[in-house]
Design a binder for this molecule. Sequence first.
Ligand SMILES: Nc1nc2c(c(=O)[nH]1)N[C@H]1C(S)=C(S)[C@@H](COP(=O)(O)OP(=O)(O)OC[C@H]3O[C@@H](n4cnc5c(=O)[nH]c(N)nc54)[C@H](O)[C@@H]3O)O[C@H]1N2
Ligand SMILES: Nc1nc2c(c(=O)[nH]1)N[C@H]1C(S)=C(S)[C@@H](COP(=O)(O)OP(=O)(O)OC[C@H]3O[C@@H](n4cnc5c(=O)[nH]c(N)nc54)[C@H](O)[C@@H]3O)O[C@H]1N2
Ligand code: SF4
Ligand SMILES: [Mo]
Length: 698
Amino acid sequence: MTQQPPKSAFSACPHDCPSTCALDVHFYPNGDVKRLNGAKDNAYTAGVICAKVARYAERLYHPERLLKPLRRVGKKGEGRFEEISWDTALDLIAQKFLEAEAEFGAESVWPYHYAGTMGLVQRDSIHRLRHAKGYSRQFDSFCTNMAWTGYVAGTGKLAGPDPREMAVSDQIVIWGTNAVATQVNVMTHAIAARKARGAKIIVIDVYKTETMKQADIGLILKPGTDAALACAIMHVLFRDGFADWDYLSKYTDFPKELDSHLQTRTPDWAAAITGLEVAQIEEVARLIGEVKKTFFRLGYGFTRARNGAVAMHAAASIAAVTGAWQVEGGGAFHNNGAIYQLNKEMIEANSLIDPSVRTLDQSLIGRILTGDQDALVGGPPVKAMLIQNTNPMSVAPEQELVRKGFEREDLFTVVHEQFMTETAEMADIVLPATQFLEHDDIYKGGGHQYLLLGPKVVEPPEGPKENLFVLNEIAARVDSKSHAGFEKSARDHIAWMLENSGYGTLENLEANKWIDLQPDFAEAHYLNGFGHADQKFHFKPDWGRSAAPNKPAGDPFGPWQQMPEFPDQWDAIEAANEAYPLRLVTAPARSFLNSSFNETDGSRKKEGRPEVWLRPEDAEKFGIADGAKVRMGNARGAVTLHARFVETVAPGTVISEGIWPNEAFEDGRGINTLTGADPVAPYGGAAYHDTAVWVRVV
Ligand SMILES: Nc1nc2c(c(=O)[nH]1)N[C@H]1C(S)=C(S)[C@@H](COP(=O)(O)OP(=O)(O)OC[C@H]3O[C@@H](n4cnc5c(=O)[nH]c(N)nc54)[C@H](O)[C@@H]3O)O[C@H]1N2
Ligand SMILES: Nc1nc2c(c(=O)[nH]1)N[C@H]1C(S)=C(S)[C@@H](COP(=O)(O)OP(=O)(O)OC[C@H]3O[C@@H](n4cnc5c(=O)[nH]c(N)nc54)[C@H](O)[C@@H]3O)O[C@H]1N2
Ligand code: SF4
Ligand SMILES: [Mo]
């Protein structure tokens, strides 16, 4: 008798989203996946997930899924491939990697990855191959650098109050995150607080997002001016007696100096910089002063600028002026990365790291592949790549260079993917990958405090293989140093990591689905002191030595010596000028997740077409009509898309939502043609929302 498939199973969302939802997977009687729901018994997910993941069956059973290894037969990027067997593919990859190593050294091979899956086994096993071979290392700079650096500069630690405490707050400030689109569960808890206790929701963004539409108060400021707003808020707090001096003297480093520094950072001063009204700033400052139980939910969006770390630090500082950190439902939360403390030796083989091997910045991939000596850190050219979990031909900045790099005939590129992305199209070998429901993995939350199991719940179609398989098979063929991690299945990896991190057994996690790692109240609210050696919150950060998580060895990046001593507006952004009169923000689209889901019809229909949104009065200056086809460009390149009039965008600002497939643009050039890769001070990162452009009628 064949076994009946289960009606439901549990899993965890693998996508790069702070919510890392706990999922219930529902099946048809034939065992096919029907629908995904949010787990009701998980206190953070609380039964709610986003629409794009709820309809995951569309992605899982997509007719265009990659099912066979492919070898390029046409020219680079032409899209002509022939099917080959896994063995042929793996042997060829090994041969090419060994050739590159023999001729140019192991550093000429660059395993390149990011966060298509956030599963710790399937995402991070690539490091094991890297370290076992001495292949080039990767500095992760797409996403978190400015945000984490700025937050940790203040708190000394990447953790904060229990995010579920939002539900018991009296006021929630959602700053620089479009939570409705990017982490829906923030809204679940914020709305619960509003329903239960009339909590006010304040949203700070550069246009009226879906999140702002749900707010009691929305502040629309010019991009890159958040630190000015934060300073003026703190000015009012000090001026009007809302500063908690008992708290300040016990828990912070230089409160008196901050107070005097802020004397001139008045609401008038900030209004001129931010484009806000003085009265708006005064009102929000007063509310923050009066309501101690204010929860600041600080997102990534407002840090994707060349002054982003300063902006994050300034915003986090507000809670230290009011002492909101002391109360339940108060404080400033960004990410919980520091609470996990996992032993990843078996996955990553960190013991095999040779510190003399160079580290390449993932955002500089365009410069690296086109031979920029600075970007190559003086080492050999990159001759071979293995790419997993990322789509750099779309998501990386400076696309014109990225394209030129991938077009190189002497570059051997392997892309392991679920779909024929624009990066896969540039490959010499394309390998088909499993999706998360088809392999085992374990996930940690960024926006919450759970460690969650995501077990394999369905069989993959014949063909696609998990990342772990590919890495272990390549390792076996390229003379790598031995490491026990190459012998383990995904389940064995999970079990080893759990047991060696003090989190019990896999069987235990299987029975409980997740582990709640929330630190106790005093620790989470820094009542025992902040994470710095002096246990204080730092208003005056040591930017040159800010110990951001994952900071590579070496000097800080960019013009860090010019960073302000105290929270302040820092004029490091790519300012508008005569040639580039508008400032572009490339905000997320609700139905895409970075470039994921932009292959599904459901998501594409919801998003429409690539557009640039701008105020009618800004459009008028350039003779642009609503709906017109326009070119938007700068010194890095230009794209073609359609204009839309939106009254509720900050003046002088244009918004383009979503990382559309390049082919959705008329001339095949995607939005990251316009964004810059220059590393942001003091710890790198790409300033995706900080771009000066012109817009013209075609
Ligand atoms: N639907 C969807 N969900 C996603 C993603 C997605 O692409 N789509 N991406 C995922 C990933 S990888 C991440 S890291 C997270 C990021 O999620 P968020 O923390 O939300 O960050 P961003 O998506 O960069 O941008 C959020 C908001 O910041 C605003 N913003 C831009 N510049 C400024 C500024 O100078 N000041 C202020 N106050 N606001 C500004 C943008 O307009 C946007 O509304 O979301 C994840 N979730
Ligand atoms: N203009 C602009 N650009 C941006 C941003 C922005 O706000 N604006 N945001 C930036 C940010 S925050 C980030 S994090 C980056 C993210 O950029 P990426 O890390 O590239 O994220 P995704 O687009 O989600 O692409 C991940 C790819 O991984 C694949 N994948 C998923 N699971 C697996 C798996 O198990 N195995 C394998 N082999 N492949 C898998 C998916 O099919 C997908 O094509 O983009 C950045 N780019
Ligand atoms: S909200 Fe984020 S974590 Fe939750 S299901 Fe959607 S993409 Fe996944
Ligand atoms: Mo991200």
